[in-house]
Design a protein around this ligand. Structure first.
Ligand SMILES: CC(C)(COP(=O)(O)OP(=O)(O)OC[C@H]1O[C@@H](n2cnc3c(N)ncnc32)[C@H](O)[C@@H]1OP(=O)(O)O)[C@@H](O)C(=O)NCCC(=O)NCCS
Length: 196
């Protein structure tokens, strides 16, 4: 059962075992644990090299109160990961008047807390929040063809696999300096599908 609370200007989303809340400056050490070595290439640019860098990063995140959440354990308060998605126009090449009713989530858990169902619990509550509180019409996710954990999570959330884009995007370079292109699956779910 999910509870959404608005405390001052801050949203918190509560599930059975988790609280999703905005980041605090004091989260630096917990975040460094999983961003010291980002697990997948798509998060390579988020790498943090020291506690000082982590503290600077937290200062940037503290103003994010609606769309960027720390995933914390209800029991201990530890930050075990993060989830975010921002409103964007759904139609490609749309102009400024297009409704921003589409969201594409990023999710990431500290390796020590994977395989316990926390990602599903957090993502399910976050999707519910986006569809019911934030006007989402469509949520889509990109995941690389080798990222079976993320694909599995998409499927558990009821997302449809919409396509495979070959050599779609590059996050890192090959040894010879050329871009290393990855094959990317797109998954999506509509509000009317979620409501069912
Ligand atoms: C993608 C990612 C968030 C998925 O995390 P996860 O922990 O594997 O996902 P889940 O929460 O679905 O949990 C998986 C397993 O926990 C197990 N589990 C253990 N205890 C459980 C419980 N109490 N309740 C539910 N599941 C539980 C289940 O067996 C479940 O597997 P199943 O769905 O086959 O039954 C994680 O692998 C990750 O952070 N990867 C690195 C970052 C990344 O790749 N991000 C996406 C980029 S596209």
């Amino acid at each position: 059962m999910k509870k959404i609370r608005k405390e001052r200007d801050n949203m918190t989303i509560e599930t059975e075992r988790l609280i999703l809340r905005p980041f605090l400056e004091t989260d630096a050490a917990d975040v460094l644990e999983y961003l010291e070595k980002p697990a997948v290439n798509c998060f390579a640019c988020m790498k943090l090299n020291s506690i000082e860098e982590a503290k600077e990063e937290m200062k940037k995140r503290v103003g994010e109160i609606e769309y960027y959440f720390a995933i914390t354990l209800k029991d201990t308060g530890k930050v075990i990961g993060e989830i975010d998605a921002y409103p964007e126009p759904g139609e490609p090449h749309s102009d400024e008047s297009a409704p921003k009713d589409t969201f594409s989530p990023c999710w990431m858990l500290n390796k020590a807390y994977q395989g316990k169902g926390y990602a599903y619990e957090a993502a399910h509550a976050f999707f519910d929040y986006l569809f019911k509180e934030k006007g989402a019409r469509r949520i889509y996710a990109y995941t690389e063809d080798y990222n079976t954990s993320s694909q599995h999570l998409c499927e558990k959330l009821g997302m449809r696999r919409e396509g495979l884009f070959l050599e779609f995007i590059s996050f890192v370079n090959n040894e010879d300096g050329t871009p290393h292109y990855e094959n990317t699956y797109q998954y999506a779910i509509l509000k009317k599908e979620w409501d069912k």
